[in-house]
Design a protein around this ligand. Structure first.
Ligand SMILES: [Zn+2]
Length: 380
């Protein structure tokens, strides 16, 4: 197979490491064009957004049954979910339950941010702790599977636990920190961003490479939470950060000023595993830089210059010595020797297509969501 010629967008920094990227005559990529033609016209943070935020808040208050809280927010301690909690309480006047899932990889800074927000906003926090032996077994199984999507076990734990809790307690409204401002350029699926929680894929990988039965690990299939929870039970997912001005640096300053919340060096650094995975495992084993999409979102929304982004992407976010230490930390935490983790790192590369999955079905669902207009970002 011929190697494609290297090409990078002349507006953002997405490049041909996304093998399906398309450039127009000006050299703009399809992410930039999607932003201009689809996202921007549907994104109002002025008076229109303000009105929508008030309507949303009234709707949530009127349709929530529980008297203690009227919505739930999954809180990681990172910027987006922290700011969503702030907006929900202070701007929307809601009484959210803050829901945190401890999958064993919290950084001290994430824990400290969560504590500060809980105190400062005077909200209730519920923490679900994932059984570490099961978490570890699933993560090692995923590592041995050789696929790029190494954050699926954590993602599955976070979302499944939240949805299950919401269903059990009849909470109809889920508030997320998902937003256009810092996430309008979504990395392609090939870069380890499998589209949802697929029990068939988890089952096959764990059957081949796992050792312990998953007795308590929360695993709710995408079809259950999209079709049953959302369409039948009427659970609603809201994105209030798209209705208010949400500028990364300003939001960080605001949280710092009000709560002593501390900013992270980069997105997703609240989890020690995710930081290692995105800064070491994924770029070095597969050549995929999620930061390319993170920075491109900031460029498209005018929060970062292309020059600064190119400079940042040219080297890892963390220094070499630190990354080496993290390699050892991750190995030991997963009960592997450094050598064993290195052998896994050097093993043949696989994709989800090497395992049983129902990707076609999830892809079809994502296409429909995009056609009916509920999703403005690219999914590929
Ligand atoms: Zn671009």
């Amino acid at each position: 197979m011929l190697e494609r010629e290297y090409k990078i967008c002349c507006n953002c920094i997405m490049d041909s490491s996304d093998q399906n990227i398309v450039f127009d005559d000006r050299g703009y990529c399809d992410y930039c064009n999607n932003y201009k033609s689809i996202i921007l016209p549907n994104w109002q943070t002025d008076a229109i957004g303000r009105n929508k935020l008030i309507q949303l808040s009234e709707n949530i208050k009127a349709t929530s049954s529980d008297s203690d809280f009227n919505c739930i927010i999954g809180l990681s301690g990172g910027l987006d979910s922290s700011y969503a909690a702030y907006v929900a309480k202070e701007m929307m006047g809601l009484r959210p339950l803050l829901f945190h899932v401890d999958a064993g990889w919290n950084t001290d800074q994430a824990v400290s941010n969560i504590e500060k927000l809980v105190d400062g906003l005077d909200l209730e926090l519920y923490t679900e702790v994932i059984d570490w032996e099961e978490m570890k077994d699933l993560q090692v199984a995923f590592l041995r599977s050789g696929i790029p999507d190494q954050d699926l076990p954590q993602d599955a734990a976070f979302f499944s636990a939240l949805y299950r809790f919401a269903k059990k307690h009849n909470i109809k409204h889920v508030i997320t920190g998902s937003n256009f401002s810092t996430e309008c350029c979504r990395e392609p699926e090939e870069w380890g961003g499998y589209l949802g929680i697929d029990k068939l894929l988890f089952g096959d990988i764990h059957r081949q490479f796992g050792n312990k039965p998953l007795k308590t690990f929360p695993l709710t299939d995408i079809l259950i939470y999209k079709l049953y929870y959302q369409m039948i039970l009427g659970m609603k997912i809201h994105h209030p950060l798209n209705l208010v001005p949400f500028i990364k640096k300003d939001a960080e300053d605001e949280l710092e000023r009000h709560f002593g919340w501390q900013r992270f060096q980069h997105k997703h650094h609240e989890s020690r595993f995710t930081r290692f995975y995105e800064d070491y495992w994924l770029p070095r084993r597969f050549g995929f830089h999620k930061r390319r999409a993170h920075f491109s979102s900031l460029i498209q929304t005018g929060q970062m210059s292309r020059e600064v982004a190119l400079e940042r992407i040219a080297r890892p976010e963390m220094d070499e010595h630190f990354l080496r230490q993290e390699f050892e930390y991750v190995a030991h935490k997963l009960d592997l020797t450094v050598n064993e983790l290195q052998l896994i790192f050097d093993s043949p590369k696989k994709t989800f297509r090497d395992y049983r999955n129902k990707h076609w079905m999830i892809g079809l669902g994502a296409s429909i969501t995009r056609i009916i207009g509920n999703e403005k970002r690219f999914f590929r």
